[in-house]
Design a binder for this molecule. Structure first.
Ligand code: ZN
Length: 240
């Protein structure tokens, strides 16, 4: 894979003579139930980004391991940026890319709480950076990738820290998965229009999992989702 952190500035200069694409993985440091490590979202985004970089040779920037996780601050260990801070960080990173000549940026986001800040940043900064094109990939929102989630895990796939994420983590970072910590106190996903906040999240999902107990998640299912996500991103980069 082609990681920015492993290249020298002369290596980047040479790359920019033939290519102007770059991948930026975004994650979060936040609770993912009693059974998954707090790095889940950045591990997922990074695993997809690194495999895509391996397949295409496109440079991957260092992962942003912090995101907007304010609704999860009721759980110890969660570290959150405010939306304003996240936007300011993203603006500075996109400006830096632009200054050096990166004109096509693929953001691989691993955390739903980041989405609003990402789209707001892109809209805000677009007039300042003419010619910079940004694509956003989020595995759980992509219809094609999500079909694989349903096919391999059924409608039970759930949401935050449930089947999909547990399966992905079993495939990429099994050392950060402790299925024996699951309590069996299922709190099924609620179809409520009420926004989740630090208070309502802990009330509705006291163990930090949105969806059913993901004890049956398998690495095979996670690998299938990962493979499909990589395939989509590679295609998006090659068609660009
Ligand atoms: Zn997550």
């Amino acid at each position: 894979m082609n990681l920015l952190g492993n290249l020298s500035w002369t290596g980047v200069k040479k790359y920019l003579k033939r290519d102007n694409r770059i991948i930026l993985p975004l994650g979060a440091t936040e609770e993912h139930g009693p059974h998954l490590g707090l790095g889940t979202d950045y591990y997922e985004a990074e695993a997809i980004a690194h495999r895509v970089s391996e397949a295409t040779g496109v440079i991957t920037a260092p992962t942003l391991n912090y995101g907007m996780s304010l609704s999860l601050m009721g759980f110890p260990g969660t570290l959150s940026l405010s939306p304003k801070t996240l936007m300011a960080v993203l603006e500075d990173i996109l400006r830096s890319f632009y200054q050096h000549g990166f004109r096509r940026v693929m953001i691989v986001n691993g955390h739903g709480g980041n989405t609003a800040s990402i789209t707001s940043t892109i809209q805000t900064i677009a007039p300042e950076l003419p010619g910079q094109s940004v694509k956003l990939f989020e595995w759980w929102k992509d219809a094609e990738a999500y079909r694989v989630v349903i096919e391999t895990m059924g409608e039970q796939a759930g949401s935050h820290a449930s089947f999909g994420e547990t399966a992905l983590m079993l495939a990429i970072h099994p050392d950060a998965v402790k299925l024996e910590n699951l309590t069996g106190n299922d709190a099924p996903m609620k179809n409520s229009r009420e926004m989740l906040t630090i208070k309502t999240f802990s009330q509705q999902y006291p163990d930090g999992i949105i969806g059913l107990d993901p004890g049956n998640a398998t690495p095979k299912a996670g690998e299938a989702v990962l493979k499909k996500s990589v395939e989509i991103c590679v295609r998006e980069l090659e068609d660009w």
